[in-house]
Design a protein around this ligand. Structure first.
Ligand code: PAF
Length: 280
């Protein structure tokens, strides 16, 4: 596997391949788990060359402590990528991606009203940071397709909106959530959970599953009440939101005839903030 640190080296590597190969990008912040590997495997099935990027992007963190404690097991990540047969990993420095860092670059684009709800309300400016780095990665790689996990449902929507803002010829693929056997959605943040937190965190997928199983059988109000009570009933879990929303606006749906609604949840479990979602 090629290990690349600069945009120039990446462009040199990919330039001769572009005319004949379909190129995929799987952007990550590292601390890779089976969820990331499933994105790479899907990308390998659908394209010719898969580039994985590992970059802990400072502009999308609203809490400096969160940035500092973000896991960075690079050697293990590289080993996993080798094992899965990834073509190349792009691991730039902060200076490579943001030459004037820590001076902020001028970046603000219209991502639509959905930027400001749910995660956008709890992590102000987060999606500006996410779309800023994803656009830079797209410019560096020039992929035909990019693969993201559905676990970050709102992130995928924001990236699609960014792609349409710039009319980029890049297909965005949202890949199914990968769960542990007991239902916990895989996340790089799970390693911060204590054994007790890990047990408590199961209430998130359980509440989503309850709502999915009873969707259309109980009123919307009673489904949401049930889920919120279930989560609030677990000591050590602090609910930020539980909603059943339209997948494009992320506004709460008003009736159960709504096409393709999604239930989304976020909560602090111990000291770790987790998100999850399920299509109804
Ligand atoms: O989902 C992530 O890991 C990050 O938000 C992303 C898309 C790699 C951008 O930094």
């Amino acid at each position: 596997m090629e290990i690349i640190h600069t945009i120039a080296a990446l462009k040199t590597l990919l330039a001769p391949l572009k005319a004949t190969s379909k190129i995929a990008l799987v952007p990550t912040m590292g601390a890779l788990h089976k969820g990331h590997l499933s994105l790479i495997k899907l990308a390998q099935q659908e394209t010719d060359i898969v580039i994985c990027s590992i970059f802990v992007n400072p502009t999308q963190f609203t809490d400096p402590k969160d940035l500092e404690k973000y896991p960075r097991p690079l050697a293990h990540d590289i080993q996993l990528l080798e094992e899965v047969g990834c073509f190349a990993v792009f691991m730039p420095t902060v200076k490579e991606m943001y030459p004037s860092f820590p001076v902020p670059e001028d970046w603000h684009i219209d991502l639509g009203e959905a930027e400001f709800v749910l995660e956008g309300e709890f992590r102000k400016g987060h999606y500006q940071g996410v779309t800023q780095i994803v656009k830079k990665l797209f410019d560096a790689v020039g992929p035909d397709t990019a693969f993201f996990g559905q676990k970050d449902f709102q992130q995928v929507l924001m990236i699609k909106n960014m792609v349409s803002h710039f009319s980029l010829p890049i297909e965005i693929v949202s890949c199914p959530i990968v769960r542990e056997d007991d239902g916990l959605a895989m996340s790089s943040r799970n390693i911060h959970l204590s054994a007790q937190d890990r047990k408590n965190a199961l209430v998130l997928s359980r509440s989503l599953q309850y709502v999915k199983d009873h969707y259309g059988k109980e009123s919307l109000g009673s489904l949401i009440d049930h889920a919120r009570r279930q989560i609030n009933g677990i000591p050590g879990v602090e609910l930020d939101y539980f909603t059943i929303a339209d997948p494009n606006t992320l506004q709460p749906i008003k009736d159960q005839d709504h096409p393709h609604p999604v239930a989304l949840v976020a909560a602090k479990v111990g000291e770790t903030r987790l998100i999850d979602n399920m299509l109804m």
